[in-house]
Design a protein around this ligand. Structure first.
Ligand code: FEO
Length: 384
């Protein structure tokens, strides 16, 4: 597949994966992207997951069309991109590896060699002339690991963006970009908003016409749309107006409260109400919603003097990802000693810029008329 006359796509689609990074369901599979640049010097940009080494080597060979690869640029050492490095370098013993100092340390850990006799170490702003173009490397520390670099091609105005601007899903599946890119971003890179902001500032100084990420489609049009979303996500801004309700319910009473609240929110004109049953939904979808809506409701039962386990896992997941800048309301349920609200508030105390709603609700087993009135007040408050 041609990106330009001299930059070719040589990645692979993974339709057999069950959990990406051991955690994320990917109903439409995953793409591990890799690219070949043909110039006076030839370059392979990153490798692929170890299950696809042979297919990828075939793609690379076809793209090179009889030429030898002069350089292998390694932007990221996570195995979904790096697992084929050693096999590739054995196949092409004259190829020079170009990567960051930290990445070479990781190669030693993964492969027992840091390729000291055939490598170029690059850091911020270093360049590699290829003939008609020069590659410039930029550090992208913690987007998503510390060794990450991104690469700019000044001839075709391409930013090779490593995990940045990636998404779940194989490339032969048509689907909305933002939904699976957001779930990917919040889940995998969400904790690292500041490093992403740093990278966006560097990118803003470049004339970029094409973004070539390591997952998901090559982006060639309307780049401001993608960059703007990345700016919102990485600054923990509100992307979507509305309310997300994340809940757990054991015997259906907390669920009834959630349904009533959702109904009232719609009645009072809330532009969008998303409801996630944390025991049954894809937790990554609930986390994605929670980082994109401005108002978040947590509804849960008291359990072992704390909160229900699925809510505990959910709370750990959002706190780990630097959850911040949101209005949060709490509905707790407890038959003899409700403690869920206190535990949730204590957990949120570690998050920046959280505004707690005034009308939080305590249910003692089943909904009372007083609870219903309070939920009505809460809906009005959240629709202000
Ligand atoms: Fe796609 Fe962080 O690896």
């Amino acid at each position: 597949m041609k990106i330009t006359d001299t930059v070719l796509y040589v990645g692979v689609n993974d339709k057999s994966i069950d959990l990406f990074e051991g955690m994320y369901i990917v109903p439409n599979g995953m793409a591990y992207n890799s690219y070949v640049i043909l110039d006076e010097k030839t370059v392979v940009m990153d490798t692929v997951d170890g299950a696809f080494t042979d297919e990828w080597l075939g793609n690379v060979e076809a793209a090179l069309n009889g030429k030898k690869p002069d350089y292998l640029v390694v932007q990221h050492m996570e195995p979904d991109h790096s697992a084929s490095i050693d096999i590739f370098l054995n196949k092409y013993p004259e190829t020079i590896v170009v990567s960051s100092q930290k990445a070479f340390g990781m190669m030693k850990n993964f492969f027992g060699s840091d390729y000291g006799d055939r490598r170029i170490v690059v850091g911020e702003g270093d360049t590699l002339p290829l003939g008609e173009r020069t590659l410039t490397f930029y550090s992208a520390t913690m987007v998503h690991w510390p060794e990450v670099i991104v690469t700019y091609d000044d001839k075709d105005k391409i930013l090779f963006s490593a995990d940045g601007f990636g998404k779940f899903g194989a490339l032969d599946v048509e689907e909305d970009w933002a939904c699976e890119a957001r779930r990917y971003y919040v889940g995998i890179v969400g904790k690292f908003g500041k490093p992403v902001q740093t990278l966006l500032k560097k990118a803003a100084a470049l004339d970029i016409k094409i973004i070539c990420p390591l997952h998901g489609p090559v982006l060639t049009e309307n780049l401001d749309y993608y960059i703007n979303l990345y700016d919102i996500w990485s600054s923990y801004g509100v992307e979507r107006e509305g309310v997300v309700i994340n809940y757990t319910s054991v015997y259906g009473n907390t669920k009834k409260a959630v349904e009533l609240l959702a109904e009232k929110l719609k009645e009072y004109g809330c532009p969008k109400v998303a409801v996630n049953d944390l025991a049954r939904c894809d937790m990554a979808e609930a986390i994605e919603d929670t980082f994109s809506y401005g108002k978040v409701v947590l509804a849960t039962t008291t359990y072992n003097g704390s909160v229900f386990p699925f809510m505990k896992t959910f709370m750990n997941s959002i706190v780990d990802r630097a959850f911040q800048n949101r209005t949060v309301a709490i509905i707790e349920n407890g038959t003899w000693a409700p403690t869920a609200a206190k535990v949730l508030k204590d957990t949120l105390a570690g998050c920046n810029n959280i505004t707690l709603a005034e009308n939080n609700v305590t249910i003692l087993s089943a909904l009372t008329e007083e609870n219903k009135a309070k939920i009505d007040e809460l809906a009005k408050e959240l629709c202000k």
